[in-house]
Each structure stands twice: as C-alpha cells, then as structure tokens.
Write a new protein. Structure first.
Length: 236
C-alpha cells in the first residue's frame, strides 16, 4: 500500500479537485494498474454533504455545501484536520460496515498514541470521546465512504487542531445531542496535523494492508478462474 500526500498547510487542497483525483486513482486501482493507495491531505475550508443529509442540517446562513456521493451526512473539512482517503480493493464478499470499523480502529489507535481515549458509539460511525464532566459525547473523527468496482473511496477526517467553531453553523453528521472535539482540545495542548501524520500512516498500514492484500488475492483468483473457464469453453 502506498501513501500519497496531496497537500498540507499552507497548501490546502480544494475538495472538488481531490474528489476528482480520487475517482481517477480508483479507476487505476480497480484496473490493477496502481497499487492500493491512501491519499492524505488537509482541505481548504468546506462543508460537504453525504447522501443522507437532510435540509435542516445544512448551514443556517446559506454557506455553500458540496453534495457528494459518499455515505453519511453533513460535515466540515479544513485546516487542522487530517483527511485520509484509502483507495483499496475490498475482499469479496464486500463488507462496507467492516471497512468503516477498520477506519474507526485506525483513528482510535492514533488518538490513543497521543493520550486521548476514544471509542465507538452504538448506532453512530466515527470515533468519540465519551461523555464526562467536561460535556456530552464528543466526536473527534468522522467517516464517510463509497465502494465502486469493489474499491473504496472517501474515508475519514480526524480533528487534530482544527477550529471547531464550524460546528455551530450546521448539525454535524446530523447528530443533535452530541458535540465535536479535537485531539488538541481534549489534551489542552496543540497537536498538529504534521504531528499526527506519521502515526496515522503506521496505523493505516497495520490495519488496512492485510485487507488490501486479501482483496487483491481474491480478485486475481477470480480472474484466473474465469480465464480457465473461458479456455475450457474454447476447447469444447
């Protein structure tokens, strides 16, 4: 699995450009001409809406929202947030929920490395600092994915030292009874995207490399079987 850095502060990446590039990489990964790839970046500030976003969740002031083809609801991307777009072939039969759980595992390993314990919350994707005397459940990492041609795109967004005021203008991820947070906010000290990046790369490799390898193995086995069957048909 290879990592590709698309841009970090101060060279932020436009969302639509990254989305188009994801589609290009996915085509090559699905064709077998490019190895499994994880795109890593920081976006320019933008609100994006998944397929299940409802109108009342959108910005109250009419700020533009990019409607996407990923799962999930509305969220924000921008400076101080590490975004990872794993583009890998999933093993058949496709288990999208399993992929989401893997992305959660990656983020939980990263936050734990810095001393922030996060967890899954039943019925809600992403990773959370559970309610305590500082407040209700707080979402630190969000997930939205899409699978096409058995390959994944989109991924996760992990708040490192992002300005969290963006959450006041929308209903983040469509969840009205929780809050958003960041690694820095939980620790009371700055942890930047560049601090998190190498830790995230290690966790991504540890969790996703075996999945990507198995996806390729099963895909090649299927191709070989289909080729053999076609050869047998030709002989008959």
């Amino acid at each position: 699995m290879r990592f590709e850095h698309l841009g970090f502060s101060p060279t932020f990446v436009d969302y639509r450009e990254a989305w188009a590039y994801q589609r290009d990489v996915l085509t090559r990964v699905a064709d077998g001409t490019t190895p499994p790839t994880v795109l890593l970046l920081e976006h320019s500030p933008v609100y994006t809406a998944g397929r299940t976003t409802e109108d009342h969740m959108r910005p109250k002031d009419g700020t533009e929202v990019v409607d996407t083809d990923r799962g999930g609801k509305i969220t924000w991307h921008g400076p101080g947030q590490l975004v990872a777009y794993p583009i890998i072939r999933l093993p058949a039969p496709i288990n999208v929920v399993g992929h989401v759980r893997n992305l959660e595992e990656v983020m939980m390993r990263v936050t734990r490395h810095f001393g922030v314990e996060t967890a899954r919350v039943e019925g809600r994707s992403g990773v959370w600092v559970l309610a305590d005397d500082r407040g209700p459940d707080r979402k630190v990492g969000a997930i939205g994915v899409r699978v096409s041609r058995q390959c994944t795109m989109h991924g996760f967004a992990l708040n490192c030292d992002a300005d969290l005021s963006w959450g006041r203008n929308i209903i983040p991820c469509g969840i009205e009874d929780a809050a958003v947070s960041s690694i820095s906010a939980e620790l009371g000290r700055r942890v930047s995207v560049q601090d998190v990046l190498p830790v995230a790369e290690r966790a991504l490799a540890d969790v996703l490399d075996p999945v990507a390898a198995e996806g390729i193995r099963r895909w090649r086995a299927l191709l070989e079987k289909q080729t053999a069957e076609l050869s047998a048909e030709g002989i008959r």
